[in-house]
Write a protein that binds this ligand. Structure first.
Ligand code: GLU
Length: 393
């Protein structure tokens, strides 16, 4: 059957594909350690599950909701945003979606016309560019000269008359780095000056470590906030990946149009997930802190072990999210592989450790490893990688 050109131009999600492969190997009885997908290993906190069960019992989850979500949840998102960042929004500026991923997808569809350019700093999360292409836009990838964060000068060099959006992700997936307030202010003022919409992907905003401080673009000046659309979700901070809860905060006219599109796409996020989200945001927040602490401990344990491996370099210790994004160019050379992709494939088939190849994030000399898994497995993974490398040196 003929497949559309639109879909033929996209690649499958490397993170999801790898995770599916690792799960398949596991189901065949192979002892795979999956550091591929970014998915917390904790179960969803009990109070959240209980709220979902209550909603089912009370029949609240039996019907469609408004396309952009139930009003109580939108209000709860506004209150949480006001509490966390001191910024006030109204429920008509909020859309609840099937994961943060679908927020980004709908935004691309809502904001882009054919040929509009979206500036996407490297390294980027796997789906940004593909979603832009699906909306008829053109992803313009911006490579940082030094390190893994772009500067405003680099964005300016990539800007053209067709530049319409810039996507900023901090803490960044895959590097775990955080853009500082000064860096964000510079980017924000530049975007305002050139009328470029900022989409800030704050999905990992609650997961920062070792005293690092996360600043959201919405906390900056009124001008920057008006130019900024926020995307976030509950998957990572509340360990709710399977519930698919994401949201957008944007000008009311954008939300209205997003609602029209969502109404033709998914109708709404499953009502039961919305009631679970309501509890997550309004219930006790200690659960987030407990999980954050666990991630911090894992990072601090695993970072020195990983960077001690032959050829592996990772100058800047991650400050947030739950990924390590080391450069393994030297390791690939030392072990005689022709490419990082071959190294990663052999690591999975021989050492049974799943990591994502850096090209999925625009940087082919790197690999991404998630530490959202228990310490014992992480340490075992590093041991296996070490043995795998040493065997071939
Ligand atoms: N965002 C996570 C990751 O980067 C989950 C998988 C996905 O949606 O790509 O691994």
């Amino acid at each position: 059957m003929r497949i559309s050109k639109r879909v033929m131009q996209i690649q499958p999600s490397a993170t999801l594909e790898l995770s599916a492969k690792a799960k398949q190997m596991k189901s065949e009885g192979i002892d795979v350690i999956n550091l591929g997908v970014g998915e917390p290993d904790f179960n969803t906190p009990k109070n959240i599950k209980a709220a979902a069960i209550r909603a089912i019992k009370e029949g609240k989850s039996d019907f469609y909701t408004s396309a952009t979500g139930i009003n109580e949840l939108k209000k709860a998102i506004c209150i949480r945003t006001a509490t966390d960042f001191g910024v006030n929004y109204e429920p008509n500026q909020v859309a609840v979606t099937v994961g943060g991923k679908f927020s980004l997808y709908v935004l691309a569809q809502t904001l882009l016309d054919e040929g509009d350019e979206v500036l996407i700093p490297l390294p980027y999360w796997v789906s940004y560019g593909e979603q832009v292409k699906l909306a008829g836009g053109v992803p313009v990838f911006v490579t940082p000269e030094n390190g893994l964060k772009v500067t405003v000068e680099e964005l300016e060099n990539a800007r053209t008359d067709r530049s319409r959006i810039v996507i900023i992700n901090s803490p960044q997936n895959p590097s775990g780095l955080i853009y500082t307030r000064d860096e964000l202010e510079a980017i924000g003022n530049w975007a305002v000056a050139h009328d470029i919409v900022i989409i800030t992907d704050d999905m990992y905003g609650k997961l920062v470590y070792n005293g690092a401080h996360f600043v959201s673009l919405i906390e900056l000046s009124d001008e920057i906030r008006k130019q900024t659309i926020l995307v976030s979700g509950l998957s990572k901070a509340y360990s709710m990946t399977g519930w698919r809860i994401g949201y957008t905060i944007a000008p009311a006219e954008v939300i209205k149009k997003m609602g029209a599109l969502i109404g033709h796409a998914t109708s709404n996020l499953a009502a039961v997930s919305q009631y679970a989200a309501l509890e997550a945001l309004t219930g006790p927040q200690e659960v987030v802190e407990d999980m954050r602490n666990a991630f911090e401990e894992r990072l601090n344990k695993i970072y020195p072990e990983l960077t001690a491996l032959p050829g592996v370099t990772l100058e800047n210790k991650p400050q947030g999210a739950f990924y390590l994004f080391p450069n393994v160019k030297e390791t690939v050379k030392l072990t005689g592989f022709a490419s990082t992709a071959e190294f990663v494939a052999a690591l999975l088939s021989e050492a049974h450790v799943a990591v994502v190849v850096g090209s999925a994030f625009g940087m082919s000399d790197h690999i991404r490893m998630s530490y959202a898994t228990d310490l014992e497995s992480l340490e075992e993974a590093v041991k296996r990688i070490k043995a795998f490398i040493e065997k071939r040196m």
